[in-house]
Design a protein around this ligand. Structure first.
Ligand code: SF4
Length: 307
């Protein structure tokens, strides 16, 4: 099949646009979408230090490559990569993530649950089971990333979440009837590091293709605890539906954005946790999690750690 824009061989077909694209036009289209997302959200500004959450998988590796390509000539913006080692046996090798950052030419740093909290995610799962593994993991990882951000002067965190991840999250919140998560505000408070997601309008298979084209030796292994039954069901349902209605994932992401509020919800103030000093809403979830996994109560947290 020929590229819809030139006479070279196509490497991808976009059902939602009806276009066949060769490698050159695919790269151009992909990067234009990511740049547009950054521009429309004013996600990167002069003076920013952008920290890429680098797991070493396809999404974050592709994001590091893209942001380096976009920003490496900018003297007013700094880019770095951060890998959090949750302590999951056989998954997330920090050495591999470091090698990717080194090859791309971006400074890299790491931190671990073991060093920060004195416990690994494997140990947490051993004590509490797998049911809330992603919730515990997400809460502890976010707090650790915020601590690193303060130390490194990071002003924005860049995540490799793609269109499929975002659409699944919106639909999961609908199916759970979780109105709060649907309208949860984008927190733009000075003490919290804003998150940016340049690939949120790009389908997962195109992010994977971009990674295969540009990044050597990224990690293909999945997390052994990524067994969220609802997300798996939603993924299957959404993929099947999108096959017949190709714009569905975009519609869901747009819906999620339209519903999100602009700031801290009325009646909720940001405070500082009395135990650890972290910024929090009503209560510090990190301290709740640590109390639970070290043997306290079990009822305080739920949800999806990845988002
Ligand atoms: Fe953590 Fe869950 Fe992601 Fe695994 S799948 S790294 S447990 S959030």
């Amino acid at each position: 099949m020929q590229c819809s824009k030139c006479h070279r061989d196509a490497i991808v077909f976009q059902r939602y646009s009806g276009l066949h694209l060769c490698e050159q036009h695919f790269n151009r289209d992909f990067e234009a979408k990511a740049k547009r997302a950054i521009r429309e959200h004013c996600w990167i500004e002069s003076g920013d230090v952008v920290g890429v959450a680098l797991s070493g998988g396809k999404d974050s590796s592709a994001l590091l490559f893209f942001l380096h390509r976009l920003l490496h000539r900018r003297r007013d913006i700094r880019l770095m990569a951060i890998t959090v080692d949750e302590g999951i046996c056989g998954y997330r090798d920090p050495a591999r993530a470091r090698a990717i950052a080194d090859r791309i030419g971006v400074p890299w740093t790491t931190a671990s649950f073991q060093e920060e909290y004195g416990i690994t995610l494997d140990e947490i799962v051993g004590r509490r089971g797998t049911r809330l593994s992603c919730s515990y993991c997400g809460v502890l990882r976010r707090a650790l990333m915020n601590r690193i951000a303060r130390e490194e002067g990071i002003t924005k965190f860049a995540y490799g979440f793609n269109l499929d991840d975002e659409a699944q999250s919106v639909l999961m919140n609908v199916l759970r009837g979780d109105a709060y998560r649907l309208i949860r505000p984008v927190q733009n408070v000075a003490t919290l590091v804003p998150r940016i997601k340049p690939f949120m309008y790009i389908p997962e298979r195109e992010v994977a293709l971009y990674a295969f084209l540009h990044v050597e030796d990224f990690d293909l292994a999945g997390c052994p605890y990524a067994v969220d039954a609802l997300r798996g069901d939603v993924r299957g349902l959404l993929d099947a539906y999108t096959y017949r209605h190709p714009a569905t994932k975009y519609s869901l992401v747009n819906l999620g954005e339209a519903l999100r509020g602009p700031g801290i919800p009325p009646g909720e103030e940001l405070r500082v946790c009395e135990v650890c000093g972290e910024v929090c809403g009503r209560v510090c979830r990190v301290c709740q999690v640590l109390e639970e996994v070290r043997g306290g109560s079990t009822t305080s947290i739920d949800g999806d750690g990845a988002q």
